[in-house]
Design a protein around this ligand. Structure first.
Ligand code: PNS
Length: 164
């Protein structure tokens, strides 16, 4: 895996993570290889509803799902992502892109965050085998009694069982 200058960087990987799925885990693993320190944060997305898990549960499930990555830590935050980026000393925000359809809203958020605080966002492509994964669909499948065990970490699967 490449090292160099990026190895000096601390990056913030924000998201709703409601819940974390295998696509998120994969992106965190890539980021863990690329950067010195990765902070994965569960945040509120004001344009989404209440959610399935509260922020505390989401942070717990993120932490457990990523505990094999020594340079990754987990937090939660209810506020502007740029304020959290400042708080944790992040050099960049990172986001995963699954498809072109993600790009429009992600670009707009990245530009807003740059306008608010000068922070830049780096986009990382998700691997094609997980590009269909979305927390929204995981929640929907679970509510309707489907099986997502191949799409989420084992512990997340266990916590989802109580929600169907
Ligand atoms: O996983 P998501 O829902 O795509 O993540 C979106 C999230 C949580 C990163 C975004 O909604 C966010 O940054 N929320 C914090 C509030 C904020 O900073 N809003 C302005 C963003 S331009």
């Amino acid at each position: 895996m490449p090292g160099g200058l990026l190895k000096m960087a601390c990056v913030l990987y924000p998201g709703s993570f409601d819940p974390i799925h295998n696509g998120h885990v994969e992106l965190a693993e890539i980021a863990s290889d690329l950067f010195d320190e990765v902070v994965v944060a569960a945040l509120v997305n004001p344009s989404k509803g209440d959610g399935l898990f509260d922020l505390e549960e989401r942070m717990f499930l993120i932490g457990e799902s990523l505990k094999h990555l020594p340079n990754v830590r987990t937090t939660k935050f209810n506020g502007l992502v740029v304020d959290l980026a400042t708080e944790v000393g992040a050099d960049f925000i990172i986001k995963g892109l699954r498809a072109v359809s993600d790009f429009e809203s992600e670009l707009q958020m990245a530009q807003m965050n740059t306008a608010l605080a000068g922070v830049q966002t780096l986009f990382l492509p998700s691997a094609s085998r997980s590009s269909f994964l979305a927390s929204r669909l995981i929640r929907e499948v679970i509510k309707l009694g489907g099986d997502v065990s191949q799409m989420v970490p084992e512990l997340v699967q266990k916590h989802l069982e109580g929600k169907s």
